[in-house]
Design a binder for this molecule. Structure first.
Ligand SMILES: Cc1cc2nc3c(=O)[nH]c(=O)nc-3n(C[C@H](O)[C@H](O)[C@H](O)COP(=O)(O)O)c2cc1C
Length: 208
């Protein structure tokens, strides 16, 4: 089988948000939003914090499913608790009605480490690579969400308002821009990084 993540809009070197589904030793299903980085056309990397059920399950099973969806409800339910059983395909670990999903198997060791340049400090995380063994496409227009794009849009909306708000809101937008820019520079594409640089420069000109 010719596995190529590009077929579902996932590009090498880019970071995307997904919902990973996995099982524990009792075959109980778990879903959680997790970022993935595409390393090769059939290889991804994850960094998952210790203490999450997802890391526990992956340490145990060495396999999991990456669900690609733009459904905000799936992301929300999977973050605040667990996704109810009816959201899963019958007798399967994938989520129903997602645009695509792919099966992964961990390759090599799961390294437990702390990353220094991260706002979430002093928390150990498991870092590992996984091989994609199968891709299932339900929607040919599938697009994996990426925080870079949404943060650029957010920065632009604030930019169009910065001259028509009070000083307190202006300060809020400026601080917000720093955070939006940090995220874009961490997980965005080259175009998104260029865009946030332009927005920052224009902010400087506008507020001179
Ligand atoms: C969009 C999004 C992306 C996330 N990415 C990660 C990630 O890459 N690694 C991680 O450890 N947690 C990540 N989280 C946080 C986990 O989803 C969260 O801790 C979750 O409650 C873990 O659930 P679990 O205990 O069922 O595994 C992310 C959350 C969101 C909303």
């Amino acid at each position: 089988m010719n596995i190529n993540l590009k077929n579902i809009g996932i590009e090498k070197g880019q970071h995307y948000e997904s919902i990973i589904t996995s099982i524990n030793e009792k075959n109980e299903k778990n879903a959680a939003p997790i970022g993935i980085v595409c390393l090769k056309k059939d290889e991804i990397q994850c960094r998952i914090f210790k203490g999450t059920q997802t890391l526990e399950n992956i340490l145990l099973e060495k396999k999991f499913i990456v669900n690609i969806t733009l459904n905000p409800l799936y992301f929300t339910l999977a973050t605040i608790g667990n996704l109810p059983e009816e959201y899963y395909e019958k007798d399967s670990l994938n989520i129903k009605n997602v645009d695509a999903y792919f099966k992964c198997e961990v390759i090599g060791d799961i390294k437990i480490a702390i990353k220094d340049n991260d706002p979430v400090r002093k928390t150990e995380a498991g870092i590992f690579k996984s091989k994609v063994t199968e891709i299932i496409i339900n929607n040919p227009c599938v697009k994996a969400p990426n925080r870079g794009f949404y943060n650029v849009i957010e920065a632009l909306v604030n930019f169009t308002r910065v001259n028509i708000v009070d000083e307190q809101q202006k300060t809020f937008y400026l601080n917000r821009l720093k955070e939006l820019s940090r995220v874009v520079n961490k997980v965005g594409s080259n175009e998104e990084k260029k865009a946030i640089k332009i927005i920052t420069e224009e902010y400087d000109k506008k507020l001179k």
